[in-house]
Design a protein around this ligand. Structure first.
Ligand code: NAP
Length: 325
């Protein structure tokens, strides 16, 4: 069992920024990275909208730089996943990972959300090569191209409308014949001359060209069962997001979709547990907003711990071996 002042769950821009701030504040900090250091941004090939990089950067480079910066100040990275937490008895919190256990005076939850997948052949293989879940990140690469958007909710329509800034033609493919999106967004989409709709249709497969880049999709009419091939340069999938809050069970309050609820200081319903990034944010979903969130949650954790420093030191002195991280 290891004792730390701050344990950060997740290693996307929110977690990496939080780690920079807490380690630089001289607080022992451990980041449990999860399966992929950097989270979603680590899978983005080109990042042109993170300030400070006039020539752009790549997701993996951005993540590696942020990791090194936090490590320089003493943050320790553990390449495991959290399997259980015990927030019920208050601070210090008991956290279990794949192969270890931690006692943490405070916790910053930055475990993120994942775009829902279609789970069809070719989707995973060609993600980053024509398949995308982020119009803001990747729309620019589809200038003058014909692309399809999958989904019928607010995200599909809002992102589809945004993509018409770049693409020549955007076809929104929806599995039903009516949209879930708000009427205002529907009106804007119907009025946009670059947008057309394919109703009652599902994407069954993403097809590449000989260079391993998306070149088409195999579609199925759900009413007739008839399958067709459609050429396309890009497949943007917006069929909802799933926040990774399951590991917390009912210990953290969430909204109906599973996003963790926070107060204006990024505190959760558990005193000493803070949250940042997409685990609480279903709206902005940008690397830079997550990083800003991570900073705010870290400052709140630093303040919260600072107010208890005497008490924490006394506990450390009573159990020095456990406090030795
Ligand atoms: P959403 O509202 O859950 O919509 C998901 C869409 O994807 C639905 O049309 C659904 O079809 C479709 N879908 C789900 N699984 C599918 C599958 N396996 N294959 C094909 N289609 C599938 O998700 P969202 O659009 O990401 O929105 C999430 C939340 O954020 C919502 O509350 C939304 O209002 C909010 N939001 C708001 C704004 C805004 O205010 N401008 C923008 C973005 C998001 P069905 O309709 O048939 O179920």
């Amino acid at each position: 069992m290891q004792k730390v002042r701050v344990l950060i769950i997740g290693s996307g821009p929110a977690g990496l920024t939080a780690a920079l701030y807490t380690s630089r504040a001289q607080l022992s900090t451990v980041v449990i990275t999860g399966k992929l250091l950097g989270g979603q941004i680590a899978t983005t090939h080109e990042v042109e909208n993170f300030p400070g990089f006039p020539d752009g950067t790549t997701g993996p480079d951005l993540v590696e730089n942020m990791r090194q910066q936090a490590e320089k100040f003493g943050a320790r990275f553990v390449y495991e996943s959290v399997t259980a937490v015990d927030f019920k008895n208050g601070s210090p919190f008991h956290i279990t990972t794949d192969s270890d256990e931690y006692l943490a005076d405070s916790v910053i939850v930055t475990i993120g959300a994942n775009p829902r997948k279609l789970n069809v052949p070719g989707e995973a293989e060609y993600t980053g090569r024509g398949v995308s879940y982020c119009a803001t990140c990747d729309g620019y690469f589809f200038r003058g191209k014909d692309i399809v958007v999958v989904g019928g909710g607010d995200s599909a329509l809002q992102e589809g409308i945004f993509l018409t800034k770049f693409a020549n033609r955007v076809t929104i493919i929806h599995r039903r014949d009516s949209l879930r999106a708000s009427t205002a967004l529907q009106k804007r989409a119907f009025e946009n001359p670059k947008i057309s709709f394919l109703w009652n249709t599902t994407v069954e497969e993403v097809l590449p060209n000989e260079n391993g880049v998306v070149h088409g999709v195999r579609l199925r009419d759900v009413k007739t069962g008839v399958e067709t091939m459609r050429p396309t340069d890009g497949v943007f999938i917006f069929i909802g997001y799933d926040p990774n809050s399951a590991v917390f069970g009912d210990q953290l309050q969430t909204d109906a979709s599973g996003y963790v609820l926070i107060n204006d200081r990024h505190g959760t319903n558990v005193e000493g547990v803070f949250a940042a990034g997409e685990i609480h944010d279903s709206v902005f979903r940008q690397a830079i907003t997550a990083a800003g969130d991570g900073c705010k949650a870290a400052l709140s954790a630093i303040n919260w711990l600072g107010a208890r420093e005497d008490q924490l030191q006394a506990l450390d002195e009573a159990a020095p071996a456990a406090a030795g991280v």
